[in-house]
Design a protein around this ligand. Sequence first.
Ligand SMILES: [Zn+2]
Length: 475
Amino acid sequence: MLSIENENRIKQWIEDHKEEFIADLSKIIAVPSVATFGVSEGEYPFGVESANVLAAAKELVESYGFPVKNLDNYCLVANVGEGEEKIGLFGHLDVVPCGNDWNYPPYQLTVDGDLLIGRGVLDDKGPLWASIFAVRCLKDLDLMPKREIEIFMGGQEECGMNDLLHYVEVTEKLPDVSFTPDGNYPICHGEKGGLRFYLAVPCKDEKVVDFSGGTVRNVVADKAVATLKGVCGKALSEKLASNKRISVESEGEFVKVTATGASVHASIPENGINAIGVLANALLDAEIFEGEAKAAMEFLSLVNSDYNGAALGVPAEDEPSGKLTHVGGVISLDRGILNLSIDIRYPVTENGDELLKKIIKTVEPYKVTVHDIADTKPAYSPADSDKVRTCMRVINSVFHKDHWKPYTMGGGTYAKHLPNACALGPEDPDYESPFGLFRGSIHQADESTPAKLLFDTMLVYAKLLVELDDIDINK
Ligand SMILES: [Zn+2]
């Protein structure tokens, strides 16, 4: 336990370094560090701006006396202190684009009373810098914990996380426990697992010229189109006239049937309407297919008849993280085979391999196969584990919010790709932006945060790093 005397020393240190923190943060905010995805520029895997912010951060963190490694312009890693075990702190320096709607200069830190405004003040430059200052504070006050601290500063969190994947690949020993100040308070103790694959559905039929839908795999398809041949457009149009989500057009010998759904993210599919399912149902209603094409439509209809895995034989659910979700995001026709992408978010206590076995067995009778499988394991620490309880105690000692409870989510922060990791802070779920509903928060115009939230986050991380000394972090 941290003594009251030492806690007061930490608080005084933070008080004495507020100005310096704001000055340093403003240097980082001044770099418009939007990372590229899939487009490298010379030796910069995420473009020049991402590399620039890494360079600016390296200079500052080295000025604090911490040795910093630049891992091929993917990310920075600073190691402080020593010990057999290692605690990781993971934040990112890239930002989402600012758009044209700002009332304040996006890449200049504005201080307005207690309010800080600028792209990245809350996501994630501000919180990352607060956690770095927390380590500085402990070093200055000779309060370093018994474990080594590894600070990761990423250059591409917002579009791909290849910064972290590169680090995981080249790092010999990953931290034993990690925290990322890139979520909500208090602590996210579980991120669901992610299972992604394609279903190959046989659909050889002269009438089916093309069948496509959706744009990305992690969003419910909002549009699907079937191009047909050898069917009467007028008759089809009349048959489906009452279906408001369907339109039928004739183009020469072809008939195009378009379904409109409602797109939502794959972590909350129940709020959407899948256009692929709408289209399959309409074509079944019209009774134009027989044989393989009819079976294919029946299968698509079935897969999209629920969002919680029942159709795939995996209706899983658990207490900490709720129901499994699944969506068919993208579909295309290739040489008589319909390839439908499936994005599953499965509960934290489930096992991806076991789920996959059940799915393969469920689709087998339809002559459907599974290919291109990727499984991201869930991140989970039980709410009553020593680690989560210690985090909650420290957070409560700073924020005094008794109604805050550890939460889980569909994913995903950096934590999902790291062993024994949690998102902890910095967003206050009770806070309302002074600029209204769609302005002032993360990813929005005029991104802002009270400075107090960052200083409180600094205190949380400083206290936590010390208090973790008292527990076995693997329990
Ligand atoms: Zn973030």
